[in-house]
Design a protein around this ligand. Structure first.
Ligand SMILES: O=C(O)c1cccc(C(=O)CC[C@H]2O[C@@H](n3cnc4c(=O)[nH]cnc43)[C@H](O)[C@@H]2O)c1
Length: 225
């Protein structure tokens, strides 16, 4: 059994996490963290495909990962988590997997399709043991639903609709659900860790605080030992 696999979307997120792992390692080097941090791409499809391949290769080599964490920056729901804050998903949800209708969004599980075609559904709970360990190491983190979207939310109307549909959601990002499905199909425990780079709302790039979010990722990385 190998260690923990941490997948990010972009290299900058992976570097921020590696910096935190290095800073929090035993100073005498006696306990090097058995953590592999790799950027796998932006969006649920590429994240799922790349994570599935990494998990399968490790398994085929006789060194399966013990768990996988989807990590990176995210948008935060205003009033639920602050920019610069840290978030742990108790579940990762494919927020836009379904159908639009004049009456509103219809989740995919309500479209009458056979459940076996839905890959376990669009809601994937975090592994309880993995989440408990991360919560203990990150007591200041907000814990709640983290949404996975294919389009960054950018209007007041879509923000309000999403917040109403997901009263327990604290953040949105673009990879968690994809990584979660890859982990579930490989039988590997899954969790999602995010730091907030921007408020979810009408698109305003000047409100994004990437540096703050990357610094928070570096701080949170110690929890991944
Ligand atoms: O929207 C842009 O203009 C933009 C420009 C450069 C980089 C990015 C990103 O890296 C954002 C996508 C990336 O970060 C996560 N993320 C961060 N904030 C959000 C959000 O409000 N909604 C959804 N995803 C977000 C996401 O997981 C991607 O990996 C954007």
């Amino acid at each position: 059994m190998t260690g923990l696999l941490v997948v990010t979307a972009v290299p900058a997120e992976a570097e921020a996490i590696r910096a935190g792992l290095t800073a929090s390692a035993a100073p005498d080097g006696t306990a090097p963290p058995d953590v592999t941090v790799l950027p796998v791409g932006v969006g649920p499809a590429v994240a799922a495909a790349a994570t599935a391949r990494l998990l399968a290769l490790a398994e085929a080599a006789g060194r399966p990962y013990r768990a996988v964490v989807s990590a990176g920056i995210a948008g935060g729901f205003v009033g639920r988590v602050a920019v610069g804050g840290t978030v742990l998903a108790d579940r990762s949800v494919a927020a836009d997997l379904g159908a639009e209708s004049p009456g509103g969004f219809i989740p995919v599980e309500d479209l009458g399709m056979p459940p076996e075609l839905l890959g376990g559904g669009r809601i994937v709970p975090a592994d309880p043991g993995l989440l408990a360990g991360l919560r203990a190491a990150l007591p200041g983190a907000a814990v709640g639903t983290v949404l996975t979207v294919s389009t960054v939310t950018g209007t007041a109307a879509s923000t309000a609709a999403l917040a109403q549909r997901h009263p327990d959601a604290v953040a949105e990002a673009m990879e968690g659900y994809g990584v979660a499905v890859a982990a579930a199909q490989a039988g590997v425990p899954f969790a999602e860790l995010r730091t907030v780079s921007n408020p979810i709302g009408p698109r305003d790039r000047s409100a994004w605080r990437m540096r703050e979010a990357f610094a928070a990722l570096t701080s949170a990385a110690a929890a991944l030992h």
